[in-house]
Structure formats: C-alpha cells, structure tokens
Design a protein around this ligand. Structure first.
Ligand code: ADP
Length: 206
C-alpha cells in the first residue's frame, strides 16, 4: 500500500502558479520525484541549476507539440544554438535515445536538454530507446551540474507511445538513474497523462 508519510499532495508548488496537482515521492533520502499537471515552458526552480527536457526530433531544429512550445518560449536563439550542434550523420544531430544540451535563452531555466524518444511502431524494442532517452538526459544533466530537471511525457504525443507503458519506463528509469539530482519533475500537459503517471508512480514507488 501507499505510505502516506512519503507522499504529499499540495495545491501549488511553493506558491508558483505554473501548474497544479503537485504530488511528491521520495526516490532516495536526497532525491525527490514530483508530478505536476502544467506547461513545462513555465517551469523553473532556481534559474541556474535547473533544466527542462525537450522531446525533440533527430534534426533538432524544432517541431510540433512540446518542441514547438519550448522553441517559441525560448526565442530564436535556441534554434541557432541547436544548429551549432554537429550532425552525426546527415539530418541527425541527436540520434533516438541520446541527449544534447543547450542554453535556455528566454526560458526561466538555465538549460534545455534535447532528447529524442522512439516513434512507436518503428523500432523493435521501443522500451530500450525510451529508457535511453531518460537515462541519457539525466546523465547529461549531472555532467552539467544540474540539480533540478523537468521532463514532459517523451514520445507520448505524435510519436504515439502508449501512455501506460511509457509512464512505467519513465518512472522506473528515473528511479534507477536519478542519484545525484535533488529533484526530478514530470510536467504533464493533460489530465489523462497526469493520471496515468500518478497511477504508475504509486505502483512502482510504493
Ligand atoms: P513526441 O514527438 O515525443 O511524441 P510531443 O511534443 O508530440 O512529443 O508530445 C509529448 C508530450 O508533451 C505529449 O504528452 C504532449 O501532450 C506534451 N506537451 C505538449 N506541449 C506541452 C507543454 N507545453 N508542456 C508540457 N507538455 C507538453
């Protein structure tokens, strides 16, 4: 069952109004997982050791969904910074499952971590690639002294990954790989994504 001592439900994040329905889980004595419903482009903790993760495309020059929202909010310098990331092969700056980091420009965080989740149905083992996207984002965060990181539901939009499976991969990978970070957040855009994530968190972290 749930241990109520480890789960707190607050109406807002310390007075910040960017999101609602905040729920916290202790991953370890020094790392907390927090789930919110909200818009990730408005999220920040301290503006100097925080990063949001972008569900990017391999070319890294913007797209729809959360990618478009992040580029609009960051301003045109973000696409210029992305263009400077070298292509590893034509049309690919960040292969599926890997991560790259840039400054965040007009966003309230210090960095954007760009990762590419799998297009569901295109790969044999999508769960491996989705786990890699979370793991490599956490790795590049730690290498850049990030202490607070926020993820969207990678691959759960136009890449059509089933939400229940995606949430389980996301939360179990974060449980394994978040040592050294203070807080890992999910900022989920819809009520349905939020409730699927919450259900999986209660199940996997109890
Ligand atoms: P992908 O191509 O990886 O599927 P999408 O951007 O299409 O990426 O969708 C990923 C998730 O991000 C979806 O659940 C979508 O609802 C969500 N999303 C879209 N805009 C935002 C936003 N501003 N903040 C947080 N999540 C968002």
């Amino acid at each position: 069952g749930r241990d109520p001592a480890r789960v707190s439900i607050l109406s807002s994040d310390n007075g910040r109004e960017f999101s609602d329905k905040l729920v916290s889980f202790d991953l370890s004595p020094s790392t907390t997982l927090k789930l919110h419903k909200g818009d990730i482009t408005l999220w920040s903790i301290d503006g100097s050791t925080d990063a949001i993760v972008n569900a990017a495309e391999e070319l890294m020059l913007g797209g729809g969904g959360v990618d478009g929202a992040i580029h609009r909010a960051a301003g045109p310098q973000l696409v210029e910074a992305c263009r400077e990331v070298p292509e590893v092969r034509p049309g690919v700056r960040c292969p599926t499952g890997e991560a790259r980091i840039t400054p965040a420009f007009l966003l309230p965080v210090s960095h954007v971590i760009h990762t590419v989740g799998p297009i569901y149905g295109k790969h044999d083992q999508p769960e491996v690639l989705l786990a890699n996207a979370y793991r490599n984002s956490l790795k590049i965060a730690k290498e850049n002294k990030i202490q607070y990181i926020a993820f969207p539901a990678i691959s759960c939009g136009v890449y059509r990954y089933p939400h229940n499976e995606a949430s389980r991969v996301a939360i179990s990978t974060i449980k394994e790989c978040s040592d050294g970070l203070k807080e890992v957040h999910f900022v989920l855009f819809s009520d349905t994504t939020y409730s699927v994530w919450l259900e999986s968190a209660y199940e996997l972290l109890k």
